[in-house]
Unconditional design. Structure first.
Ligand SMILES: Nc1nc2c(c(=O)[nH]1)N[C@H]1C(S)=C(S)[C@@H](COP(=O)(O)OP(=O)(O)OC[C@H]3O[C@@H](n4cnc5c(=O)[nH]c(N)nc54)[C@H](O)[C@@H]3O)O[C@H]1N2
Ligand SMILES: Nc1nc2c(c(=O)[nH]1)N[C@H]1C(S)=C(S)[C@@H](COP(=O)(O)OP(=O)(O)OC[C@H]3O[C@@H](n4cnc5c(=O)[nH]c(N)nc54)[C@H](O)[C@@H]3O)O[C@H]1N2
Ligand code: SF4
Ligand SMILES: [Mo]
Length: 760
């Protein structure tokens, strides 16, 4: 029973709606995680697998990038981690017979949910030009075919090598090495759509594009501000850390247009109190900000801090920062009317927040996509940095910046050199170690890669994981762009939309997942990952691979490199494939902080990467100090009658992987095509709860982008703001609507109108 996929396309989107919940996890969370897992894996495999998640001798949870505490429970996972594991460790299989039964024209009509439910990919598959079906292909033939297409290019820059954030450090290091030996920096990644704005803002102001806090800092903080993040769904074990922080006396301010269940009240499934009693209330002050109002909020808080005698940490500002005067002049000019318009908040609420800020000696700000996916995301995050610098809240215990990363190794992939704009020092180190001249010109990020495909400048698209066409903005544009490629290649564990919208020729290369044993010539291997707090540790899968023909990601890269680069490469690809320890030895020589990598990571628990601002209040910026910045306040201007739409995640999905059709905490069941809007905004438009409407995006290019047939849900969101799930709403996000500097799609501020329709 466990291994049988649903037949047909089970998406009958018929949403049922009840009031949103006010607490997260507890017993229902445990029950849901076990049910989800057993449906895919059966009872025995569920028990065996889940006990290895996040254990020191086990594998890293393929869910999110939240770190593991040093002291671990026997069951060190959350509901959504269990779903991520079950999705990968499923017993269902996609075999060549499946592709015989389902021609590409059929697959292209299927939902992402249905595709994912079919199970694990088992063999390399090839779709030839004009062919109706994918056919099995031998690994060597597949590599030879890719080599042939790459060698036929006019320039290496006509190829793009995408990475999603599940790829291990070892695979990522090899992959960027191969791309650069081949001759291009075209290494876009999911980070371009995710925390790129954080990276841009933090690198400029603090000198390093990563968070500056460890778990212990959260436990020691007086005040934690959680802005633009929904941890109850997307980083569930962060709630455990927040609960502990509160027990130690911390207070929490939540800044969000939506009241999210997890931030209201948390029932820790690992404690008796959490399971049986009411749980812990987490949020002390809820600031229900308008979408995109955060910069204005932090700006006015900065003004108020400046106006309070003794509130500024003068010594820190003098010793460690640059640009204070210019910043202070702009902050002092913050205007209350504009602040209230931009934020939608009451002045009294902001003043309450100020009291909590002034009462705190150690403050941390955590954030995720609510801050990073706006046009003005980079200045918004810089304003958060200004806020922390003012009171010396960087580089001491219990204080700092905490961008909470998404994919489990997205931060590690960047550390390993997956970046289209690599630092010259990194390229110098590669050159010295491997004896070739890496390309120096910047490569393409996600949005630029789509444009280059659209315009015929890129002809080969290669993806190490992910689901590029579904995750990217402007679905119609992106899909048309992908269809122009000569060859598209996906290294994947599961079937998804990107396998059905292809170039003239397409390959699917199936790979091992985190949970599986990885045996190479040199014996059983482990890989390493870096979490959101810069902790590096080992991950070792134990399950029998989903199929005997699967190759690991490192093996795929090594074999591809040998086929493509041939004799001209002096890199020992075969040796790397046989023993990943050799890869770690090279990482140790190329990337600072990884000295003696292989030996150190074998020690239980791993190690923390150095972080100059956190460890020694040293700021490796252009000025050698932490930089205050000054920028005009921006916020989205919404024309009369329109709403601002954010595209976000339900509780039952992992990005484009849909686990199910429920969003339990928000009271949505059995459907994903819902749009949450404030009852007053709905009434003004004559939209009853349960009415149906098309969402129509309005952008300056005048092109109509429409997502049809959404059920209207009256929901307590901030006024003027709407919310609907991604990836269904990616058709609405214009390719050119991106954040300044970081070029991240502005998928949390899409101007829309609603057109009522008959129910579908
Ligand atoms: N189960 C599960 N876990 C995941 C993922 C998943 O899909 N499923 N995805 C992973 C990935 S890759 C990522 S990046 C993270 C994403 O983690 P999140 O950033 O939590 O994900 P979103 O669902 O996009 O939620 C955005 C949150 O920000 C709020 N928000 C939106 N716009 C604004 C704004 O302008 N201001 C403020 N203050 N708040 C705003 C929304 O109301 C929502 O609560 O989660 C990771 N973990
Ligand atoms: N509108 C809108 N768009 C968004 C966002 C948003 O909030 N709103 N969020 C953005 C964000 S934050 C992100 S991170 C991106 C996500 O973009 P991606 O990372 O490209 O997308 P995923 O859905 O995470 O990729 C899922 C696929 O990865 C493959 N996979 C899973 N595990 C493995 C593995 O171990 N190895 C390999 N090789 N493949 C594997 C499976 O085939 C699966 O189908 O989407 C972005 N797009
Ligand atoms: S919090 Fe994230 S990493 Fe931890 S178990 Fe849950 S999904 Fe996995
Ligand atoms: Mo992400």
């Amino acid at each position: 029973m466990a291994a049988k996929p649903p037949t047909g396309d089970p998406v009958q989107d018929a949403p049922e709606v009840s009031p949103p919940q006010q607490s997260a996890a507890g017993l229902p969370g445990v029950a849901h995680s076990l049910l989800a897992a057993q449906r895919q894996m059966g009872v025995r495999r569920t028990a065996l697998t889940l006990l290895k998640v996040n254990q020191k001798d086990g594998f890293d949870c393929p869910g999110c990038a939240w770190p593991e505490p040093d002291k671990r429970h026997a069951a060190e996972f959350c509901e959504n981690g269990a779903k991520a594991v079950a999705e990968e460790a499923t017993l269902r299989r996609v075999t060549p017979d499946f592709f015989t039964a389902h021609p590409i024209a059929d697959l292209a009509t299927r939902s992402g949910y249905w595709l994912g439910q079919q199970g694990r990919l088992t063999q390399p598959m090839f779709l030839d030009e004009g062919a109706e079906r994918y056919e099995p292909i031998a690994w060597d033939r597949a590599f030879a075919l890719i080599a042939e297409e790459l060698q036929a290019l006019g320039s290496p820059d006509e190829a793009v090598f995408y990475t999603s954030g599940r790829t291990s450090n070892e695979a990522a290091f090899l992959y960027q090495l191969f791309a650069r030996e081949f001759g291009t920096n075209n290494l876009p990644d999911c980070s371009n759509m995710c925390h790129e704005s954080s990276g841009s803002a933090l690198t400029e102001t603090l000198g390093i594009g990563k968070g500056s806090v460890l778990l212990d800092d959260l436990y020691q903080a007086d005040l934690i501000i959680v802005a633009g993040q929904n941890p109850g769904t997307n980083h569930p074990r962060m709630l455990t850390a927040l609960e502990k922080a509160k027990a130690n006396g911390a207070r929490i301010i939540t800044v969000n247009p939506l009241p999210e269940a997890g931030m209201e009240r948390f029932k820790n499934p690992q404690t008796a109190r959490g399971l049986t009693r009411g749980g812990t209330p987490l949020t002390d002050l809820f600031l229900q900000v308008r979408l995109g109002g955060d910069q204005a909020l932090f700006r006015v808080l900065n003004r108020l801090i400046l106006e309070n005698d003794g509130a500024v940490d003068e010594e820190f500002v003098r010793e460690h920062t640059h640009g204070f005067e210019e910043f202070a002049a702009t902050a002092r000019a913050a205007d209350w009317d504009e602040t209230l318009r931009a934020t939608g908040l009451a002045r009294a609420d902001i003043e309450r927040a100020l009291e909590m800020v002034l009462a705190s000696r150690r403050t941390i700000v955590c954030w995720a996509m609510g801050l990073t996916q706006h046009k003005h995301s980079v200045p918004t995050i810089r304003e958060v940095v200004n806020f922390l610098l003012l009171r010396g809240n960087v580089g001491r215990p219990g204080a700092g910046v905490c961008p909470v990363r998404g994919h489990s190794n997205v931060q590690g992939d960047r550390t390993m050199g997956i970046f289209e704009r690599p630092a010259p020092e990194f390229l110098d180190a590669l050159e010295k170690e491997f004896g070739f001249a890496p390309p120096r010109a910047h490569g393409l990020d996600v949005v630029r890669a789509i444009r280059a495909l659209r315009d015929g400048h890129v002809k080969v698209f290669f993806a190490m994981g992910g689901n590029f066409v579904a995750a990217s903005p402007d679905t119609d544009v992106t899909e048309a762009a992908m269809r122009r490629a000569r060859l598209t290649v996906h290294v994947s564990t599961k079937l998804n939309r990107s396998h059905t919208v292809t170039g003239a020729r397409a390959l699917i290369l199936p790979t091992l997942g985190r949970t599986e044993r990885d045996t190479q010539a040199g014996g059983d291997q482990f890989v390493t990952v870096e979490d959101s707090m810069g902790m590096v540790h080992a991950s070792r899968g134990r399950l029998e691979p989903a199929h005997a023909e699967l190759l690991s990601e490192p093996a795929i890269v090594c074999r591809l490199a040998r086929h493509v680069l041939g004799e001209q490469s002096r890199t020992p690809w075969e040796e790397f494939e046989g023993d990943y320890g050799h890869v770690r030895d090279r990482i140790a020589r190329v990337i600072p902080g990884f000295e003696d990598f292989d030996a150190r990571v074998r020690k239980s628990g791993g190690f923390a990467l150095p972080h100059a601002p956190r460890d020694e209040r040293r700021f490796p910026t252009a000025t050698g100090k932490a930089n205050f910045t000054a920028a005009p306040v921006e916020y989205p201007k919404v024309p009369e009658g329109r709403l601002l739409l954010q595209t976000l995640r339900s509780h039952d999905q992992y990005n484009t992987t849909i686990y199910g059709l429920d969003d339990r905490y928000r009271g949505i069941k059995n459907g994903r095509r819902v749009v949450l809007i404030h009852p007053e905004d709905a009434r003004e438009r004559g939209l009853a709860d349960g009415a149906y409407a098309d969402l129509v995006s309005e952008w300056r290019d005048g092109i109509e982008r429409r997502a049809p047939g959404f059920r209207v849900v009256h929901y307590p969101t901030a006024r003027g703001c709407a919310a609907a799930y991604y990836p269904e709403t990616n058709v609405l996000v214009p390719l050119d609507a991106t954040a300044d500097t970081s070029n991240t799609p502005a998928s949390k501020s899409v101007v829309i109108r609603l057109e009522q329709t008959a129910p579908v």
